[in-house]
Design a protein around this ligand. Structure first.
Ligand code: ATP
Ligand code: MG
Length: 542
């Protein structure tokens, strides 16, 4: 049941959930995050509960250890997922006359009623489908827990500072762990999951991706420790040490005297465990017409007993290996940490919304109340992020604006410079006015050009007028033109000649032109240096 990140806000998946398994001997916690289609281990914790004897610690000691763990580790997570023990739950196989998860959920309480040995209103019920529906009937495992027990457990944890958002069941957490590792397991392949803890062993038989049997066996590592404690007359801690360092489930080729004594001491316990496993295998095989378990996956601290896999493998004639060695998740620690953390890992996977057996007792009276608060918190975070993004955009805009303003100022200066060079007599004031005035000047020039062009009405362009003047003025007359202006209807020329007679001859020459109506020399005057200044005007158009 993989969920996208959209399901995160207030949904059934979290980004970095922490699965927390409070066992009899230790608190194991695993933080995970999604990594593609699988999970990545972010962190694992293993904190021993200090015990003097091989027995379940008192609720007070558990609460104290839990509180210490949460405070000292400064845990940060967006979801706590913890578990209810299968040994205190009611598990029944049944067939409901319906198909479809939602439809089954609506009626599961009524369907469960005949299978539950308590009044149904005193029990929280969840279920798992164990096979595909056939003829509108679905085989299910009904899982129930007395409200009174759930309340007690939550109360104890709440007092220690833990309010798990999901309350799974330890055995099904193991299933979630296995399913994510196994991927698309062969539909008919039967495997057994065995979590050997301190006080109990959880056993689950899987067919393909469905759990078909789940039970708790009251044999665990504590039984071995206790037997050694008695045999060697030592305290609990020394017996624990002896077990971890010297005990083996199967004797080697040439065992020492001590090793033989240890093995002999623990062997009845191992035999008891093996016979319980065998009983479950036989009963399943009988129900499933001879189908056999083909592989064993071990977890729990007890599975670390030397040569435990070898013993089980010999006993049942199939491969037995550590569950943590099946498609190991990135970030996994060594065997010791991951082996004991089999249930915590499965709980964390359920927190990610990636489990395949998501039993949850936080429903009915125990529905988690922190979901809304978390959704609100996430909305606030989203709002803060939004403001930050807006801030960055505003900053970018402002810096771009300042940069452009500088560029604009530089351009204005350049424009002013060009204006001054182009129109030295004009006064430039500011970039905008310079640009506007420049535009005005261009307009004027354009109009002048148009006017010149419009002389074409009389078939004359300014260029032609100039050519005409220079062609008509006799070559022997030396004329120095100091000003010549040609407009639409008039030519004005100022210049210097050698004598007033020369000015007169120019006038006569121009009078012969087809372009000029009249030609006048309104003034001549001595200029100095034997030169005479003259002014000539001609009206264009004949
Ligand atoms: N290296 C080892 N060799 C043998 N036994 C070991 C080793 N390491 C741990 N154990 C045993 O594993 C058991 C603890 O396992 P685990 O942490 O899975 O149990 P738990 O979850 O605390 O108990 P329970 O599941 O019964 O509540 C203890 O009995 C411990 O002695
Ligand atoms: Mg355990």
């Amino acid at each position: 049941m993989n969920k996208g990140s959209g399901a995160w806000i207030g949904g059934r998946s979290a980004h970095r959930p922490l699965g927390i398994d409070i066992g009899a001997s230790a608190i194991k916690a695993v933080k995970v995050r999604r990594s593609g289609h699988t999970a990545k281990i972010v962190k694992t914790y293993l904190v021993e509960i200090p015990r003097e004897r091989a027995e379940r610690p008192s609720p007070e000691l558990v609460a104290e250890s839990l509180k210490k763990f949460l405070n000292e580790q400064k845990i940060s997570t967006d979801r706590f997922v913890s578990s209810f023990p299968l040994s205190s739950a009611i598990v029944r196989n049944a067939v409901v006359p319906l198909q479809g998860h939602h439809k089954i959920r609506q009626v599961i309480k009524f369907q469960a009623e005949p299978h539950i040995p308590f009044p149904i209103e005193e029990v929280v019920i969840d279920f798992l489908e164990t096979a595909a529906a056939e003829d509108n009937k679905t085989p299910v495992i009904i899982i129930g827990a007395k409200k009174e027990l759930i309340a007690k457990q939550l109360e104890l944890w709440n007092a220690a500072g833990l309010d798990p958002e999901i309350l799974g069941v330890d055995a099904f957490a193991l299933v979630n762990n296995y399913l994510l590792r196994a991927g698309a397991a062969a539909p008919e392949q039967m495997v057994m999951l065995l979590d050997i803890g301190a006080t109990k062993t959880l056993l689950v038989i899987m067919r393909g991706r469905s759990a078909i049997l789940a039970r708790s066996i009251s044999v665990g590592g504590d039984d071995i420790t206790e037997a050694l404690q008695k045999e060697f007359a030592i305290d609990f801690q020394s017996a624990e040490k002896l077990k971890r360092e010297k005990a083996t489930a199967v004797l080697g080729e040439q065992p020492s005297g001590d090793e033989e004594r240890i093995q002999k001491t623990i062997s009845p316990i191992l035999t008891r465990l093996a016979s319980e496993v065998d009983r479950s295998m036989r009963s399943t095989s009988a129900t499933l017409k001879g189908a056999e378990v083909s592989r064993l996956y071990l977890s729990g601290g007890g599975a670390l007993l030397a040569r435990m896999g070898e013993l089980l493998s010999r006993e049942f004639g199939c491969e037995a290996r550590l569950l943590s060695s099946l498609a190991p998740f990135d970030g996994s620690g060594g065997d010791e940490a991951m082996c004991a953390a089999g249930i915590a890992t499965g709980l964390a996977i359920q927190g990610l919304g990636m489990g395949g057996a998501e039993v949850d007792f936080r429903r009915d009276d125990f529905a988690y109340a922190g979901g809304l608060a978390r959704a609100k918190r996430q909305m606030v975070i989203a709002a803060i992020l939004g403001v930050c993004i807006l801030g960055v955009l505003t900053f970018n805009f402002t810096s771009l604006f300042i940069k452009k303003r500088h560029e604009h100022a530089a351009l204005a200066k350049e424009l002013e410079q060009i204006y001054r060079e182009t129109f030295p007599g004009e006064q430039a004031a500011g970039a905008v006015s310079v640009a506007a005035r420049m535009e005005q000047k261009f307009k004027e020039y354009h109009q002048s050009y148009e006017r010149f062009s419009s002389l074409s009405d009389t078939a004359v362009s300014s260029l032609e007028i100039l050519r005409e003047i220079s062609a008509l003025v006799p070559e022997e007359i030396k004329v120095q033109v100091t000003n010549l202006s040609v407009s639409q209807d008039r030519v004005e020329m100022d210049g210097l000649v050698n004598s007033p007679a020369d000015a007169d001859r120019i006038k006569q020459a121009l009078q012969r032109s087809k372009y000029f109506k009249t030609v006048d020399v309104p003034s001549t005057s001595a200029h100095g240096g034997n030169k005479h200044k003259f002014k000539l005007t001609a009206a264009i158009g004949k």
